[in-house]
Design a binder for this molecule. Structure first.
Ligand code: HPA
Length: 251
């Protein structure tokens, strides 16, 4: 069964034919919300709103461990995550859809492993390629099938938030090789890896990152909202097509 994790602007999946909701308790506390089970175009899906259905949970307060554990527990076998980001690389402007292939983690103080505590031997998972290639291919093939432009490959820099970045922080991230900046990519991706859950992200660019383009002096939250309203329509189409698309690597 596919899991979809929705981010800002995607707290509900309009195209999900809802069958039931389930509250899942986990050894790590409560997930962001009850899980929604249903179908999209006949394909079984479980949906979770990362920030809660009312968008009340800040990025650093999300219980990523409970979210991933719950999805795994109910039988999810592949995770398609949607994340709102700022664009750093020139071609990743507002409205762009991007399937990243790398991550740099700037977060701190988040619970970022299942492998801790007295009964858990220390385990170092391989994270050379943070996103599962078959999921990336599925998203890219889905975009092709839906006729939506998508950028294949980008480095997602994950900041702590909830504040947006300074212009200097974005310049540093650019020097580091980041193409996108968001606040929720980690530890979500690594926790999926620890559970051996195939995982990939469809990033939706809401704004130029701080200090760049029309965010040179400030980031307009109003403009961000308008971009997201339009871009999420395309993101939903890509998601729906991705469920039907093959996972063969064709690019
Ligand atoms: N920075 C961090 N997270 C974000 C941004 C940004 O500019 N836009 C949307 N999510």
């Amino acid at each position: 069964m596919f899991a979809i994790i929705g981010g800002s602007g995607l707290a509900k999946l309009a195209d999900l034919k809802l069958e039931r909701r389930e509250v899942v308790r986990t050894p790590f506390g409560d997930p962001s919300c009850a899980l929604s089970f249903g179908t999209i175009d006949g394909v079984a899906v479980v949906f979770l709103a990362r920030h809660g259905y009312g968008h009340t949970i800040a990025p650093h307060q999300i219980n990523y461990r409970a979210n991933l554990w719950a999805l795994h527990h109910v039988g999810a076998t592949e995770v398609l995550a949607v994340a709102t980001v700022g664009g750093i690389r020139a071609d990743c402007g507002p409205g762009a859809l991007v399937v990243p292939d790398q991550v740099i983690d700037y977060t701190h103080g988040r619970k970022n492993t299942f492998f801790e505590g007295p009964d858990n031997p220390v385990t170092h998972v391989d994270f050379t390629e943070p996103y599962t290639e078959s999921i990336r291919a599925r998203l890219l093939n889905g975009a092709t099938a839906a006729g939506e432009a998508v950028i294949a490959g980008a480095c997602y820099g994950c900041t702590q938030g909830p504040r947006l970045e300074t212009a200097a922080e974005i310049r540093r991230m650019e020097r580091d090789g980041c193409d996108l900046v968001g606040m929720t990519g980690m530890p979500e991706a690594v926790l999926a890896r620890e559970l051996s859950l195939p995982y990939g992200v469809l990033a939706v660019v809401a704004n130029h990152a701080a200090g760049l383009g029309d965010s040179r002096r400030a980031i307009s939250l109003e403009a961000m909202g308008a971009v997201m309203d339009e871009a999420m329509v395309r993101a939903r189409r890509v998601l729906a097509a991705s469920l039907r698309a093959g996972a063969a690597v064709s690019r």
